[in-house]
Design a protein around this ligand. Sequence first.
Ligand SMILES: Cc1cc2nc3c(=O)[nH]c(=O)nc-3n(C[C@H](O)[C@H](O)[C@H](O)COP(=O)(O)OP(=O)(O)OC[C@H]3O[C@@H](n4cnc5c(N)ncnc54)[C@H](O)[C@@H]3O)c2cc1C
Length: 414
Amino acid sequence: MRILIAGGGIGGLTTALALHAAGLDVEVVEATAQLRPLGVGINVLPHAVGVLSGLGLADEMAQLAIPTREVAFYNRHGQRIWQDGRGLDAGYPFPQYSVHRGEMHLMLYRIACARLGADRVITGQRLERFDQDDGAVRATFSARDGTRSTRTADVLLAADGIHSAARRQCYPDEGLPRWSRLILYRGVTRSAQFLSGRTMVQMGSKAQKFVCYPISRAAYDAGASLTNWIACVQASADEALKPEDWNRKADVETFVHRYADWKFPDLDIVALIRGAEEVFEFPMVDRDPLPRWTFGRMTLVGDAAHPMYPIGSNGATQAIMDARAVADAFLQHGADWRAALARYEDQRRNATTALTLANRREGLDRILDLVDERAPDGFTDLEAVLPARELEAIVSEYKTLAGHHVTIGAPKAS
Ligand SMILES: Cc1cc2nc3c(=O)[nH]c(=O)nc-3n(C[C@H](O)[C@H](O)[C@H](O)COP(=O)(O)OP(=O)(O)OC[C@H]3O[C@@H](n4cnc5c(N)ncnc54)[C@H](O)[C@@H]3O)c2cc1C
């Protein structure tokens, strides 16, 4: 069984490591010629950390990342609405990690090269299309200089992100991602520690939000915080969707004034925003869930399959859960790739569809919206604004959808 993975992001590389651990012959082909530590902060939920730990990456993650202690929700006036323990601190069997996406990505790349062999993790080759017949799937790649090459395998896993070429080939009329008309301005600032030093803060409401959390273990150990922040604001009425590019630079002056009157007990939000060396913008986009991921010998993985709003720490987490499900499916069905791909899709498509739709309804951040709608100027009695029972129902529904209850390790060849 030869498995070809197109796309060496967090999803593609974790899938490669999981399949390799399951004893399968796997090759990854990534479009970028030279991987660099791109992106800012992401969160990985405990069930996905369990998968990474099962792949022997617990120490690597612990060295890079902050084991998040809690997530705390505030209104724009700095009043605490709710807090939720996370990871080991909340009794989960694995930590929740806040980490620099680029550093985690490069760690996975280094480990994949070491385990699979550097010649099995190929860069600078972009998937253009795939063709298949009864015997194999043939994937056509192009290099930057226009040279074309073909690779043949039994199965193609397309982990090529939100602009997946394989997805476009199967759904040629899908068009652009769906835009919420929100823009995410993102940056990383070296700051003092705040709250527990390991707290993720979510403030405001759908109309305007601020999220921040520390992402560096080294900074934490030095008594400081490398703080990832996201300022989520509404686009102006005449603004058009810019092509999504995780590396698009933004001018801080276009949005920082919107936070001038925001208060937070332990942080100067405007100073935090201004303290970033670079600020990036990204439109909050997703795509409609698909009726089908698998087309013969090809299936979609990670953002290629289910790009969703970055709410509830699910981007990387769900891609890692896909990796585990793919490896499990091949362990169970061996060379019967049809059955393996069907099982994978069966396990993951409905689950991620529900989560994509829940994230459109704001996920756990609905708590913020309800408080803002009912008490825009702040509250004196939270119970009168958002009764504990209503809050608990929202939390329980979303956590079930996002798989917080799942406790697993990585697949092992029997
Ligand atoms: C450069 C970059 C920066 C990011 N920064 C952030 C961030 O700051 N915060 C956040 O929440 N999320 C960020 N993300 C998204 C986040 O990493 C994903 O949502 C999540 O990790 C799921 O990963 P994925 O591997 O499915 O998709 P992706 O992370 O998008 O990875 C897809 C990979 O496929 C490669 N690729 C694309 N097209 C092709 C092709 N045709 N052939 C071969 N390879 C292809 C891409 O170069 C990329 O390496 C970023 C993604 C990228 C690519």
